[in-house]
Write a protein of this length. Structure first.
Length: 131
């Protein structure tokens, strides 16, 4: 079948949250600006990166619900992944907010989104890069 007969309930609420890219980016902007919490220390605690055994590069650290990831351009991006290709990341250098997904299950590199961040940071359009 289309889903490969995989039951996404293994991911607890997997598939239970549906949003637009625009809304995800609004949420991510509000989160990274500290607009979601009454206490400013909450975001600081979320971004207090820790390294644990088994967390390898390009992952640069784990916070509270947020990962720090190294990108192809050597920049740091912060965010989280969803099931099967859903990504939501913020790259502070350049103020780049990215949310997106791929719609295939097999053959997608885990860090596909870092290529898009590199294109955005370069100032080129995706179309210029593809052609």
């Amino acid at each position: 079948g289309v889903t490969g007969r995989i039951n996404l309930s293994f991911d607890r609420g997997g598939g239970g949250v549906v949003s637009t890219v625009s809304d995800l980016n609004k949420f991510l902007r509000a989160l990274m600006r500290g607009d979601l919490f009454q206490e400013t220390k909450t975001l600081k605690e979320m971004l207090d990166w820790q390294l644990y055994p088994g967390i390898d590069s390009p992952r640069a650290g784990v916070g509270l619900g947020i990962f720090a990831e190294g990108t192809q351009s050597g920049e740091l991006a912060m965010g989280h992944s969803g099931v099967y290709g859903a990504k939501m990341y913020y790259q502070p250098n350049g103020e780049i907010f990215f949310s997106g997904t791929v719609n295939q299950l097999v053959g997608v590199p885990y860090y596909w989104w870092t290529e898009l961040l590199a294109v955005i940071a370069s100032g080129k359009s995706i179309r210029e890069t593809i052609n």
